[in-house]
Design a binder for this molecule. Structure first.
Ligand code: THU
Length: 168
């Protein structure tokens, strides 16, 4: 009989934004604000991401679409790549992601795409400390995760890559 591998992930479900800490609230608001400059004329799906850095500053990003669809970029990666280009060694404490349809202000339940989860993992590994996440949950709920690992079980990392190199 095949052995079953059960993997646990942990998500804290907050009833509403009221339960966020001061710095979490600040980051969450910046993620919502960042949806304003999303460029999403094809999907009308506006996404904002905000990174709270260890020095207390917040770096934002939003999705940037393109007529050649695959050339566009998600909000999370826009934020992560931009931040890493200018402050590569500044640790990221928290990533907040907010999404809404254009012309509405109801934030939708959030789930970063697989590619963004992979990129978040790379930066979490690089800095050697966990990155917390805040996502819109159901209704007024907010989901709080204490590490990107809770978004991407069985992740592919540099250990997989380097372990696969032929021995000299
Ligand atoms: N999108 C993001 O920016 N982040 C996500 O986590 C999911 C999807 C963007 C990509 C595209 O511009 C639009 O949302 C629709 O997929």
């Amino acid at each position: 009989m095949a052995r079953e591998l059960k993997i646990k992930i942990r998500i804290e479900v907050l009833e509403s934004e009221k339960e966020l800490t001061e710095s979490e609230k600040r980051t969450w608001n910046k993620a919502k604000e960042a949806t304003e400059n999303a460029y999403a004329p094809y999907s009308n799906f506006l996404v904002g991401a905000a990174l709270l850095l260890e020095d207390g500053t917040i770096h934002i990003g939003n999705n940037q679409e393109n007529a050649a669809y695959p050339s566009g970029m998600c909000a999370e990666r826009t934020a992560l790549f931009g931040k890493s280009a200018i402050a590569p060694f500044m640790a990221i404490e928290l990533i907040a992601v907010a999404a809404r349809k254009a012309f509405t202000y109801k934030y939708l339940q959030g789930a970063p795409c697989g590619g963004c989860r992979q990129v978040m993992t790379e930066y979490e590994d690089r800095q050697g400390s966990p990155i917390k996440l805040l996502l819109q949950g159901e209704g007024t709920e907010i989901y709080r995760l204490s590490s990107v690992k809770d978004l991407l079980p069985l992740v592919f990392t540099k250990e997989n890559l380097l372990g696969a190199q032929p021995k000299e």
